[in-house]
Design a protein around this ligand. Structure first.
Ligand code: FAD
Ligand code: FES
Ligand code: FES
Length: 1272
């Protein structure tokens, strides 16, 4: 067969300079990520979403341009890039750029220096994304900031990561530069062999893979074939050779990040070396090879717009639009043809590439199997039969200055999201007329409306030869649009109402932008979308050198190993011989009864070893032993009475992760008695079903008589949604049977619960279970009880098979099966006096518990609802509501977040109703002698609040379609100590170094850093003598969960006490010596048989008392009323940290928590199928957390000054959760902005319902941009 003759049977490439060969023994669809982690055993590169949406897997590929033959490093999502596509390429992973042995890369030390890691799971991907960018040379801060849309960090709030990377930019500000100076001398920096300088990432020094001959590849493995094609005719000959086999052309292989492939094709044809598909030429038109990558196309378009503006000025619009597609690594490998094929196969896909090419009037050249070429328009392409055809190129015309081209993409966050609606406009202006009249018919195209909608043909026809800047014409066009736009409604997409409104608004925006100076002054700013400058941050805190190393601003002690990928997480444990992989089989509906489960197909899949159901559990079928708050039993595997969609019904165990996941989908489940699920609190309340509601606490008024003084009665309600924790490390566990039981490596926040639950489920003694936790890749409460579910399931499989088993949930299974933050609602009525002081309150808070009342947080909600206010007149009830969802669980600042937003919503409501200053209303309701009064004055001053209020008023008067709002929120966060936390401190006699193990869990919050500082401080030694070891249940038995911001404090206390005990033991020895050094003292103590190991268990009976944490925040934001998009202009936040144990760590906690709250209030939206309860937003594709360009543009953090905590640990206060509670401030700032828009719309009501999340859609619909008000 010509196509297969003389082709190599083995792919060759390098990883970090080492050569690897891949042949038919590895599945042909193996991703580069799987190869790097499982075959090359380099675990620094992480993985999470496996769909190009999180950036955890980014590596650098030294890619060779098939046309110019030049090599350049590009960031690539290794989860999508096939390993066989690496043939002839060089790959660099995080280990390759720097490590303990060879020295670190400056990117790695910079990340550490600027305290840019918390859990560290995202860090290797972040570093590699930046490493690939460094090659560009003169990077500006703006370019750096723009390049991280695809790299998600849930912990840090991005600011320190951006600072670390901006420090490499050509326009780095002096103060940032200074902060980075000298640091390199402290660490061994990897030196480039060629230049003798620290690696700059520019020369590709790790590229050693030039050995390949020219023959291309053909690998025939049992499950599929892989070809590499050299030319279009080669592709055609391969088509010929493969007969009827299913195939795909592999370019970037990123399309499967959008639509997951259900069935893999039989043949993969790599076309990346086909130069005809990768080249371009420019003459009167631009001819772009169809497989030019999006990055290449973008760069070319920018270049042409600059160099040939007369013909191609419009390509800047296309380039700007491509910049909003996906993210840098996806654009680096994803191609134009690949994108167009998605649109071809899935007409509903709101393809940006298709949209902009059609806007430009491009055509496509298609080659058929007989090598015949056909030129078609884009709409015509959608109707072609593309079987065994190749998209050869795209032709874009030149457009002279008479053309005005514009496009928009409106999405749920600033970057890395697909469009709600995208729009493209091409208007030819009649050069003879006033410059406002169109010559002929314009192009008006929209995506995101329905699968068949593209051209607004009636509107195009209507606008033909008309003066588009005429008010009547504009209204006429909008009327046409109104008639022809018929959006579908497919959940979880936005409502038709929004998408239609948006499409009309985008036409209006474009028309304004045609002549911004000739429209009314207050309309002009409606033209452009929001402009975001480069963000910056400021962190102010006091530090007392006399106390150092306590209170010393040091980076996280593990930051460097995290930045180099040397830090190990559960899934990084070495694979043991015989190890297996487990995956859940989840119910697709609920509530229901399982009639039959048939796992035959799954068990027949080669590599599948076992399938387990509830009856296979030898002990108790529950992962919720009766410990704190877990009053109702939750089953590991449902015995058949399915309570919710996403409940685990079985476990498949297989030889590889891929097989386990694939097999889990082959298990057939028949259901009966399928009921329509009850999903929301409001549904339960309106059904009147009391059995679903439980009372969980109340506040009674101590001053009920005050009610008679009420002059105004205010009633309202407020609803907020749930939130997925979005840990970058999903639920993970590795269980290894050992001679006397089982070693359990679980990503858990609660070792004791894990141990207890496994013991109970397997019916084996607790002392046979050894739980180890080095660190978690994010937790935020998700890994308290829910981690135990995965641990018991994994332990079951390991126990039954007596083989090591690894269970790492996919993001979809993680999202579907696990509970999340409780959605909550409040109904309230308050009576107030003329000053807004509450004279009575009747309020009921409800939480959506999911299917059981476990882990109820509404008790915390009511507790925190009081915040800093006088509650003497309040009557409040807290209720938990049972729905048909997974059992909701603690999520960072559980209950407190909701409590504070509820009371602050009431304060705003009072202020608005009485027309009073919202800050004054709050001050009027404060508890007596609250420190909030003083903090508020300080913040008002430092944030220039009063001046800004006036400036905003002016701004809003002058702008109809851009609005600004500012708001203030105070917080008192009552903090309580509870639980048992151990610390064990051992001093080694040989060199005096110290090891500590504690009962807390390092999940990114910096507990190990604080413990290190406390230990060094108490023992009077330097930090580098102290090392914190992984946590385990031998040295920390019967411990409490790491949660509620408490563990850092408690473990620091336990460490302090253990150290004090050691000092006590050392004291008599020291007295016999003359000013010994630490090492001399320890050596002598050893000789004298002093026990150099001490333990201590912290409890709330220790010398600490509960205390309150105070904070105040001001936020200002800007809204585009015509799109619903917002950006946070500035945040000023004062947080009370007492005397911080570790200021940099606490800054990180504050920023990270606040940004997680921004996601909760503004972006994150959980959408369930109303009929079967399935979570529809279960991927990075449709569940969006904040990205690097969603954070405040100006983010200023201050610690409260001179406020030592007399009752906490070493005068400090906890910081992990409280700052999240203040992030609700953005909701009120938004409301203030929207007030102005609604007033313009003729709505003069003082209050309206505005729930959270305030998504782009919610904002748009509340801002009331009705088309009949679109004026010019
Ligand atoms: C996280 C993420 C976010 C994204 N966001 C957006 C977005 O916001 N907007 C948007 O528009 N897109 C978005 N995309 C889609 C992205 O642009 C496409 O995945 C990419 O362009 C596909 O190109 P590829 O080279 O990787 O295609 P591949 O995955 O390699 O191939 C896809 C298909 O195209 C076919 N094909 C490839 N080349 C040819 C050819 N020359 N002739 C005929 N058939 C061919 C293949 O046979 C295959 O069926 C996103 C993707 C991801 C992963
Ligand atoms: S794992 Fe590759 S982008 Fe998320
Ligand atoms: S540090 Fe970025 S996800 Fe945890």
């Amino acid at each position: 067969m010509a196509a297969t003759a003389a082709r190599r049977k083995e792919a060759t490439f390098t990883i970090n300079g080492k050569e690897y060969k891949v042949d038919e023994n590895i599945p042909v669809n193996t991703s580069l990520n799987t190869f790097i982690r499982n075959y090359a055993k380099l675990t620094g590169t992480k993985a999470m979403c496996l769909e190009g949406g999180c950036g955890a897997c980014v590596v650098t590929v030294w890619h060779q341009d098939p046309v110019t033959k030049q090599k350049a490093p590009i960031a690539v999502n290794s989860c999508l890039f096939p390993v066989l596509a690496c043939d002839g390429l060089a790959v660099t992973t995080i280990e390759g750029i720097g490590n303990k042995l060879d020295g670190y890369h400056r990117l790695q030390t910079r990340i550490m220096q600027l305290n840019a890691t918390q859990c560290g799971f995202c860090t290797p991907g972040m570093v590699m994304n930046m490493y690939s960018l460094l090659e560009k040379g003169h990077l500006t801060m703006k370019e750096v900031e723009n390049s991280f849309g695809g790299s998600i960090c849930r912990c840090t709030g991005y600011r320190p990561i951006l600072d670390a990377f901006k420090s490499f930019s050509s326009d780095v500000p002096e103060d940032l530069k200074k902060r980075c100076e000298d640091i390199e001398e402290l660490y061994k920096i990897k030196i480039c062999e060629k230049s003798g300088q620290p690696c700059s990432g520019k020369c590709g020094d790790s590229v050693k893979c030039d050995k390949l001959g020219s023959t291309l590849l053909h690998i025939e493995a049992s499950e599929g074939e892989w070809f590499a094609a050299s030319s279009i005719s080669d592709i055609l000959s391969i088509f010929d050779a493969i007969g009827d086999k299913t195939y795909m052309l592999v370019a970037g292989n990123t399309a499967r990040g959008v639509y997951h492939r259900v069935n893999e094709p039989q043949v993969f044809i790599n076309i990346n070396s086909v130069s005809e598909l990768r080249s371009h030429s420019v003459g009167e038109e631009i001819i772009l090879g169809a497989n030019v990558t999006l990055t290449e196309a973008m760069e070319l378009f920018y270049k042409l717009a600059k160099e040939q503006p007369k013909k191609f000025a419009y390509t800047k619009v296309l380039a700007d639009h491509i910049d909003l597609i996906a993210n840098v690594p996806v654009r680096n490998t994803g191609t134009i043809a690949g994108n167009l094929t998605i649109k071809y196969e899935h007409n509903e896909f709101p393809s940006d590439v298709f949209l902009i090419l059609e806007t430009a009037g491009a055509t496509l050249t298609v080659v058929d199997k007989d090598n015949k070429e056909e030129v078609v328009t884009l709409p015509a392409y959608l109707n072609l039969n593309m079987k065994k055809k190749v998209l050869k190129n795209v032709k874009l015309p030149s457009l002279d200055e008479s053309f005005r081209v514009g496009s928009f993409k409106i999405m749920p966050r600033a970057q890395n999201a697909h469009a709600y609606v995208n729009a493209g406009f091409r208007f030819k202006i009649n050069s003879q007329g006033s410059g406002r009249t169109l010559a002929g018919k314009p192009t008006v195209v929209f995506g995101g409306i329905n699968p068949s909608f593209l051209h607004a043909s009636k509107t195009e026809e209507y606008l033909k030869d008309k003066n588009v800047l005429d008010q009547a014409v504009l209204q006429g066009a909008l009327k046409q649009l109104e008639g022809e736009l018929v959006p579908d409604h497919v959940l979880p997409d936005a409502t038709p109402e929004y998408r239609k409104g948006l499409a009309k608004a985008l036409l209006y925006k474009f028309i304004i932008s045609l002549a911004p100076d000739s429209v009314k002054k207050n309309v002009k700013s409606g033209g452009p979308v929001l402009h975001r400058p480069v963000s910056s941050g400021k962190q102010e805190f006091e530090t007392d050198k006399k106390e150092w190393p306590l209170n010393q601003p040091i980076p996280k002690v593990e930051a460097l190993v995290q930045a180099s990928g040397e830090a190990k997480y559960v899934n990084d444990a070495p694979h043991l011989p015989g190890e297996l992989y487990a995956a859940f089989v989840l119910s697709s509906v609920g509530p229901a009864t399982v009639e039959k489960i048939n796992a035959t197909d799954a068990l027949n899949l080669p590599g599948v070893v076992a399938f387990y159901k509830a009856e296979d559990i030898p002990g108790k079928n529950a992962f919720t032993p009766p410990l704190a708050g877990l009053d109702e039993e939750e089953q590991i595997l449902s015995p058949g009475n399915v309570k919710f969609a996403g409940e685990a019904l079985g476990i498949v165990v297989a030889e590889t992760q891929d097989i386990a996941v694939r097999a889990s989908k082959l298990v057939k489940v028949d259901y009966k008695d399928v009921k329509k699920p009850v999903l929301t609190i409001r549904e339960v309340l309106s059904s009147g079903d009391k059995s679903r509601i439980a009372d969980k606490g109340k506040i009674d008024p101590t001053d009920p008589k005050a009610k008679s003084e009420a002059k105004h009665v205010i009633k309202g309600n407020f609803d907020i949604g749930g939130q997925y924790h979005f840990t970058m490390e999903t639920q993970s566990c590795v269980c290894i049977p050992i001679e006397d039981g089982m070693d359990v490596y679980s990503a858990t926040q609660w070792m004791d619960l894990t141990q207890f639950a496994i013991s109970q489920a397997l019916g084996i003694p607790e002392n046979s279970i050894n739980v180890y936790v080095r660190r978690l890749g994010g937790a935020y409460g998700a890994k308290i009880s829910r981690a135990t579910h995965v641990a018991t399931a994994c332990a079951l499989a390991a126990y039954k098979l007596n083989r090591p088993v690894r269970m790492v949930l996919s993001i979809e299974d993680n999202m579907k099966s696990m509970g999340k933050r409780f959605s909550c609602v409040i109904d309230y009525e308050v009576g107030v006096d003329d000053n807004g002081v509450i004279k009575y309150m009747e309020a009921t808070l409800y939480e959506n518990a999911g299917y059981v009342f476990n882990e109820s947080v509404v008790g915390f909600t009511i507790h925190h609802f009081v915040s800093c206010y006088d509650q003497s007149t309040w009557s409040v009830k807290a209720r938990s509501v049972r729905t048909d969802l997974p059992s909701n669980t603690y999520c960072r600042a559980p209950g407190s977040t909701e409590g504070i937003v509820f009371i602050e919503n009431i304060m705003e409501h009072i202020a608005k109703t009485l027309n009073k200053d919202p800050i004054q209303v709050r001050m009027n309701n404060l508890k007596k002698d609250s420190p909030i009064q003083k903090l508020t004055e300080e913040l008002k001053q430092s944030s220039s609040y009063d001046e800004r209020v006036l400036t905003i008023e002016e701004f809003n008067k002058e702008n109809l379609w851009k609005k600004r709002g500012i708001a203030f929120v105070p917080m008192e966060y009552p903090f309580g100590f509870w639980g048992n936390f151990h610390a064990i401190v051992s001093i080694y006699a040989g060199d005096g170094t110290v090891a500590v193990a504690h009962g807390g869990i390092e999940c990114g919050q910096g507990i190990n850093t604080k413990v290190t500082q406390v230990c060094a401080h108490i023992l009077g030694i330097s930090l580098d003598l102290v090392s914190v070891k992984p946590s385990n249940n031998l040295t920390a038995p019967n411990g409490m969960v790491t949660g509620g911001s408490i563990a850092s404090e408690a473990c620091s206390y336990a460490t302090m006490m253990a150290c004090k005990e050691l000092l006590k033991r050392l004291e008599p020895v020291k007295k016999t010596m003359d000013h010994p050094t630490w090492q001399q003292l320890i050596a002598e103590a050893y000789k004298q048989n002093v026990d150099l190991c001490a333990t201590y268990m912290f409890t709330n009976k220790d010398d600490v008392k509960n205390y309150s944490i105070y904070g105040v925040t001001v936020a200002e934001l800007e809204v585009d009323i015509l799109t619903g998009q917002q950006q946070i202009l500035r945040v000023d936040l004062i947080e009370d940290c007492g005397i911080s144990l570790s200021p940099e760590i606490d800054v990180g906690q504050i920023e990270g928590a606040f940004v997680m709250g921004l996601g909760y209030y503004l972006i994150e939206n959980l959408v369930y199928h109303p009929n079967n309860g399935e979570l529809l937003t279960n991927r990075t594709w449709n569940y969006k957390t904040p990205g690097a360009k969603d954070i405040p543009i100006d983010f200023r953090i201050q610690f409260r000054r001179n406020a030592p905590n007399p009752t906490g640990v070493l005068r400090s206060k906890a910081t992990g959760e409280p700052p999240l509670c203040m992030s609700c401030v953005v909701l009120f700032a938004l409301r203030n902005a929207l007030d102005s828009a609604r007033k313009n719309a003729g709505k003069s009501e003082k209050w309206y319902k505005f729930d959270a999340p305030a998504t782009t859609e919610n904002i748009f619909l509340t801002g009331l941009p009705k088309a009949d008000r679109y004026i010019l």
